[in-house]
Design a protein around this ligand. Structure first.
Ligand code: PMP
Length: 426
């Protein structure tokens, strides 16, 4: 059933490293060949072997209204006919920025970029420029894109200077990156005791890159307090959670508010868009008003802005959308938990808005070390068997899943009954 994908993958591997343009797509952690996709429609995607899958990945998060949403499609086609890019200002950028500014009390200005990586990289430069400090603090298991100083793996649970997690990143470039354990307040305090040069904390307030692991309210409040006490800025990386877990993302549902927010994914509806946003006071440090340099040939691209604008306006127009999405996410994970338990398989589940996660382990994980203890072999088998039955889950237990508005309760129930069969063989 995957013959054409196997052929396509073999050909791709000849001319593209690992056959993919982003490593996770290669299915390395679950094995097998990634299906090569030909099209998407609504809640489904189709591959080169004509297999149809219910899509819980949604291009890793952007497609909250599913594939080929007619409003996004129409708006994009209209804009395309006026030209793809000008490298000059358009009113579309102002309109999208205005939509975002109107949503938050503490956001006055937005700068658009073309990816989440650029958004976090630029937000960090801005925080360093504003505070005149050098160190940045991130957490184990939080992913903030692949820029050098953020590509750091934690060594242990102790506050430690980060070592690069990829060859090609000189240790000199990560020596200012401090890494702490997620949800560990003592560890966090120790970091601030060890360094008086911390420009910012960057955190996924609801982590989606170690499966779905939300930070506790206490932990986020501790981040806020320590930043305030030490003259550091708090950056919420909402590339995944922005406009996804609520209209105002994680920032909208937790008590502690950030100084800077980074966006990606839903803000572009599937087009390459990222952004970072903050108060006037902070954003005015940015070039050309201020001295902190940041730029991009395709930043604020009109087609991408149109897609994002349509997505955000649709979300804004339907205040019930997040409750409906969360109900579906709960229906899915509770159903999975039930069929797992019927087969004596321990399964931990989480949802936040339309994001969900599940772990094959005995106890709910709160950090990446606990996630790493989950049963990855069982996950790989589950993934593979579900794929064969037409359900496309993220290909790693370290990834979150997504519900789209076009996914029906019947779709979810079908998934649960397929999972019930699969669990018997795990
Ligand atoms: N931050 C977070 C929280 C992310 O999930 C991602 C991507 N998954 C990024 C940053 C990087 O975004 P991009 O892949 O668009 O560069």
């Amino acid at each position: 059933m995957f013959d054409n994908s196997i052929k396509a993958y073999t050909q791709a591997c000849e001319v593209i490293p690992g056959g993919v343009d982003s490593p996770v797509r290669a299915f390395k952690s679950v094995g097998g060949t990634p299906p090569f996709i030909t099209k998407g429609k609504g809640a489904y995607i189709y591959d080169v072997d004509d297999n149809k899958y219910l899509d819980f990945v949604q291009s890793w998060g952007p497609l909250i209204f599913g594939h080929c949403d007619s409003d996004v499609e129409e708006a994009v086609i209209k804009t395309v006919k006026n030209g793809l890019s000008f490298g000059a200002p358009t009113e579309l950028e102002t309109q999208l920025a205005q939509e975002i500014v109107d949503m938050y009390d503490y956001i006055d200005k937005v700068r658009f970029v073309s990816s989440g990586t650029e958004a976090t990289m630029s937000a960090i430069r801005l925080a360093r420029g504003v505070t005149q400090k050098n160190d940045i603090l991130k957490f184990e298991g939080c992913y903030h894109g692949h820029s050098d100083s953020l590509l750091v793996q934690a060594g242990s649970g102790l506050a430690t200077f980060g070592t690069p997690s990829s060859p090609g990143v000189p240790a000199d470039l990560t020596k200012h990156t401090l890494v702490c354990e997620y949800n560990n307040i003592e560890n966090l305090k120790k970091c601030f005791e060890d360094s008086n040069d911390i420009a910012c904390i960057i955190i996924e307030p609801i982590a989606g890159n170690m499966g779905l692991v939300p930070a506790t309210e206490e932990f986020l409040s501790a981040c806020r307090e320590l930043c305030d006490k030490n003259g550091a800025l708090l950056i919420y990386d909402e590339v995944m959670t922005g406009f996804r877990v609520s209209l105002t993302g994680a920032s909208g549902i937790v008590a502690a508010k950030p100084d800077i927010i980074t966006f990606g994914k839903v803000i572009g509806a599937g087009m390459p868009v990222g952004a970072f946003a903050s108060s006037c006071e902070i954003m005015n440090y940015l070039s050309p008003d201020g001295a902190v340099y940041q730029a991009g040939t395709l930043s604020g691209n009109p087609v991408a802005m149109t897609a994002g604008l349509t997505n955000l306006r649709k979300l804004k127009a339907n205040p019930n959308v997040y409750t409906e999405l969360n109900n579906k996410a709960l229906r899915l994970v509770n159903g999975l938990k039930e069929v797992a338990s019927a087969n004596n398989i321990p399964l931990q589940v989480n949802t936040r808005g339309s994001m969900f996660g599940f772990f094959f382990c005995e106890e709910q994980p709160f950090n990446i070390k606990q996630v790493a203890k989950c049963d990855f072999d069982r996950f790989a088998k589950f993934h593979h068997e579900m794929l064969k039955k037409g359900f496309y889950f993220a290909c790693s237990q370290y990834e979150a899943g997504f519900i789209s508005t076009v996914m029906t309760n019947d779709d979810i129930d079908e998934c649960i009954s397929a999972a019930s069969e699969v669990m018997k063989s795990l």
